[in-house]
Design a binder for this molecule. Structure first.
Ligand code: FAD
Ligand code: NAP
Length: 495
């Protein structure tokens, strides 16, 4: 693709005003090239994940094994926009999972963009990143580009008759709380960046008897998304499922409140696990079955009979209800493979040159979003240093990664630190972006300086028992033998 092809990108829509949307808006504005940049955000403010919904969250529909196309479907767009309709009542999963005591788990220096530090660090309460994202928009004057309370309900590629020119048509819905109506309209853009996050729609696995258990004992099963405070669980017998960041954080938070022991069902060990559970916690393997009596049976044959609350900390699934499969000719996310369809470097699309995505890989969060955003902005302003390779190379990148990650039993969009993958990936984006102009248009991709690298490698929210200075330590001495008991998870695996 020659850079000239992108010179027609003059208007850009960004979906989402979290950290990804904030840096994308700043990178595009820095080009001083685009005639129109608009950031659509369905919430009342910027901040994304970091908005704290202090009100007790309403109950979410929990259907074991259900995927977002079923649990978070698109809503019908009225014909002949603009239009005013009665308010949409469907569950849209707009509330965030932030709980009262949550502090960050990524060192502030890596969690901030290169041109503005966090107020303090290294691990901060949740209001700090919220304030940061909001003020980042103001810092760059991009707050003026925000269209708040506005949900993008449909994204469709349309071809202009008798021309090769393509445009994206967006159907937009704004809730007017004064008149208690939804106001719908449509808008057109040359290019779109998805910065819509992927921690909104909770995932609960399918387990034998779980669906019946949920109906028989209403409210007994919840997801970490709706957890806010340990006070709700005072003296309750609680079982936590999952052992990643939410499983660890919630079990730590709940210890002071619940009836002990607090049970935690783990499918795999985390970096912070020692050979024994922390005091007050009893580990369990994965659940085999929920029985009609209320008994919860585990894979090792043990069971629990009197659990008051089961908190699923089993993560989230990305959702793109606005992606119009019919008009765009294909799906955007493959739920079976757990990956975006036809991307290159987790950022560009092989078949949609004017579509980009920021924030999907599980890697450095904010700092890595910066490289993605700058690479897209440079490319679409036609000022990139390196063009994207041809379709064949992009397809090969995707296929080879898919095969390799499957072979390793790892997720397509998880990018590792210890293998050097993070450097290769950021390096590729860095090379595409290149330098700003001598006259100042554009933004330079940051260096991954020593202080950032040091923080990632040495600062931990939770200690990692048994780990020496060299980071090794998954070994347990048995007599004269040293047995590696488990495959070590990557340093970024909890992010
Ligand atoms: C509980 C929890 C704790 C976390 N802790 C950390 C941490 O300590 N450190 C760290 O670095 N990362 C952490 N993360 C990851 C965090 O999500 C990222 O750091 C980062 O904030 C993601 O930013 P984002 O902009 O990509 O997505 P989000 O923050 O999710 O923002 C996406 C935005 O898009 C909006 N949106 C979605 N769909 C639409 C639509 N159709 N129309 C309009 N707007 C839409 C959403 O309302 C949202 O505001 C945590 C995540 C969770 C769930
Ligand atoms: N700042 C903080 O301290 C903090 C707190 C909470 C969350 N977060 C962030 O929020 C995001 C989401 O984290 P998360 O912990 O909610 O989700 P997650 O990282 O996706 O972890 C999901 C957990 O559920 C387990 N799991 C998934 N499917 C399962 C199944 N079928 N049966 C049994 N177990 C299953 C996984 O086990 P395996 O590991 O074996 O796959 C894993 O332990 C991350 O970015 C995280 O960093 C941060």
């Amino acid at each position: 693709m020659m850079s000239e092809d992108f010179h027609r990108v003059r208007s850009v829509a960004i979906i989402g005003a979290g950290a990804s949307g904030a840096i994308t808006a700043a990178a595009f504005a820095a080009e001083k090239y685009f005639d129109r940049i608009q950031v659509f955000e369905r919430r009342e403010s910027a901040g994304g994940t970091w908005i704290y919904d202090s009100n007790t969250p309403h109950k979410l529909p929990l259907k074991p094994g259900s995927l977002p196309p079923e649990s978070d479907p698109s809503i019908p767009v009225p014909d002949d926009l603009p239009k005013i309709t009665s308010p949409d009542k469907q569950e849209r999963f707009t509330q965030t999972p932030i709980y009262s005591s949550l502090t960050t788990n990524v060192p502030a220096i890596a969690m901030s963009f290169s041109d503005l530090p966090f107020a303090y660090g290294p691990f901060v309460p949740h209001h700090i990143p919220k304030l940061y994202v909001e003020s980042y928009f103001a810092h760059h004057g991009t707050d003026t580009l925000l269209s708040l309370n506005t949900t993008v309900e449909d994204v469709s590629l349309i071809k202009t008759p008798n021309s090769s020119k393509e445009k994206w048509k967006l159907a937009l819905r704004k809730h007017d709380s004064v008149r208690q109506v939804d106001v719908w309209w449509e808008d057109h853009f040359d290019a779109v960046v998805f910065a819509n996050g992927h921690y909104s729609v909770p995932f609960i696995p399918e387990v034998e008897g779980l669906a019946a258990y949920i109906s028989k004992f209403p409210g007994r099963v919840v997801h970490s998304k709706t957890y806010r405070t340990p006070l709700l669980y005072k003296n309750k017998k609680v079982l936590i499922i999952g052992n990643s960041a939410s499983g660890k954080d919630l079990s730590t938070d709940l210890l002071s409140s619940v009836h002990l022991p607090l049970y935690q069902s783990r499918r795999s060990a985390s970096r912070w696990d020692g050979p024994l559970p922390p005091e007050g916690i009893a580990w369990k393997p994965i659940i085999k079955e929920f029985l009609p009596s209320g008994r919860i049976l585990f894979e090792d044959g043990t069971y629990l009979d009197d659990i008051d609350t089961v908190i699923y900390c089993t993560g989230y699934l990305p959702s793109f209800p606005f992606w119009n499969v019919k008009n765009n000719g294909r799906e955007i996310w493959d739920y079976q493979k757990g990956k975006l369809v036809k991307t290159y470097l987790h950022t560009f699309f092989q078949d949609f040159k004017t579509l980009g995505i920021v924030g999907i890989p599980r890697v450095l969060t904010f700092r890595s979003f910066e490289y993605q955003a700058i690479a897209l902005a440079r490319l679409w302003s036609g000022r990139q240093t390196k063009t994207l390779p041809g379709l064949e190379v992009q397809e090969r990148w995707e296929l080879e990664r898919e095969v390799e990650r499957r072979r390793l039993g790892k997720k397509f969009h998880d990018i590792e630190w210890e293998t050097g993958e993070t450097f290769d990936w950021l390096g590729s984006l860095f090379e595409i972006a290149g330098l700003p102009r001598l006259t100042g248009e554009g933004r330079q991709p940051p260096v991954l300086e020593e202080s950032v690298r040091w923080a990632i490698e040495h600062l931990r929210k939770y200690p990692e028992p048994g780990k020496g200075e060299d980071g090794e330590g998954d070994e347990v001495e048995k007599g004269e033998w040293v047995v590696v008991e488990r495959t070590k998870k990557d340093l970024l695996s909890f992010i």
